[in-house]
Design a protein around this ligand. Structure first.
Ligand code: FMN
Length: 317
């Protein structure tokens, strides 16, 4: 079984992906990048296409609803030489994405998914894949049509989050529907949704999927992939947090060489670490206090101080 890091907006940048590759991930995805923004040459979106040496196969995930923009963005991503595949997001329920007809809005229209994937496929040599859901809502399951559209468009695979759009990111999974979708297609299917441990991974594997995609569970534990594979995994979250910070600083250097106007190293580290810091320390004494303090942590020195403090042995009681 292959284990893949899911695309997570604001999280799955190059440093975090590298942490996950070191933690056993077989592949990963970028955060979703707007095809329209790439088309209009926005630097901030171009930065989402940056990778780091040492990463494994990375799929570039695009969102959009315009075939020309998606074809352009797919070509641009391919031209960087960094990616193993180009993925179309047809599942994100956020209003700022669906408003323009992209993300989960596409779930309502398998024919639109077909035409977008076809335009992308014609634009690039890299494999093109789809990430989607079971349908708009329970009672309107159309994943079979969506997978069929992907197959007809020449997609190389489909990742399916085993929930409907209306179910957002929680509540029960519908693994029976996922298993049905797997059995009806020749495409390799990657299963996604609330895989957090061996038990949930086993249940997902029973659907017949070829790979398992893990999102939120990797945030506090980028080494979860090794755990799911039954391999030895590092269990020192404080050391992992320090390593993650080091990669963020390296990434800042890389970006600064390429893109002139970046936030300072201090600000960049604070912004990037902000979303990760307390997760590494969750469950430890003082984690709640750290979470409350987060908004006042603005410099590299302050982040390093937090990590150093966490390194101190816990007082015995
Ligand atoms: C904070 C957050 C950001 C996400 N960003 C993306 C994204 O950029 N593209 C995408 O296709 N899905 C995105 N998703 C959905 C995840 O990729 C995944 O399908 C979902 O979290 C279920 O998997 P999990 O239970 O393993 O987290 C996001 C989910 C979360 C919670």
């Amino acid at each position: 079984m292959k284990y893949v890091l899911a695309p997570l907006a604001d999280f799955t940048d190059a440093p975090f992906r590298l942490m996950c590759f070191r933690g056993g991930a077989d592949a990963a995805y970028t955060e979703m990048a707007s095809a329209a923004a790439l088309f209009h040459a926005h630097d901030a979106t171009r930065r989402l296409l940056e990778t780091m040496p040492g990463e494994g196969p990375v799929g570039c995930q695009l969102f959009g609803s315009n075939p020309e923009e998606l074809a352009f963005a797919a070509r641009l991503a391919e031209s960087t030489g960094r990616f193993s595949e180009i993925n179309l997001n047809a599942g994100c329920p956020m209003q700022r994405i669906t408003r323009s007809g992209a993300g989960a809005k596409l779930v309502e229209s398998p024919e639109k998914v077909y035409s977008l994937l076809k335009a992308m496929k014609e634009a690039v040599n890299l494999p093109v894949t789809l990430k989607t859901r079971l349908g708009p809502r329970p009672g309107r399951t159309n994943v079979f049509e969506l997978v069929d559209a992907a197959e007809r468009a020449g997609a190389a695979g489909v990742a399916i989050h085993a929930r409907h759009v209306s179910e957002m990111h929680s509540g029960p999974l519908h693994l029976d529907i996922l298993a049905d979708a797997v059995s009806r297609t020749k495409l390799p299917v990657t299963g996604n949704g609330s895989v957090v441990d061996l038990k949930s991974a086993r249940r997902m594997a029973e659907t017949g999927v070829k790979a398992i995609m893990v999102g939120r569970a990797a945030l506090a534990k980028p080494w979860i992939f090794s755990i799911l594979k039954g391999e030895d995994a590092p269990v020192d979250p404080v050391a992992a947090c320090g390593e993650h910070l080091r990669l963020i600083l390296k990434f800042h250097e890389r970006l600064a060489e390429k893109f002139g106007h970046l936030p300072s190293k201090d600000a960049f580290a604070a912004i990037k670490m902000h979303t990760h810091l307390f997760r590494y320390f969750s469950g430890r004494p003082g984690a709640a206090a750290l979470r409350a303090r987060l908004s006042s942590i603005r410099t590299l020195a302050e982040i390093e101080r937090e990590i150093d403090a966490a390194r101190q042995p816990l007082p015995s009681t």
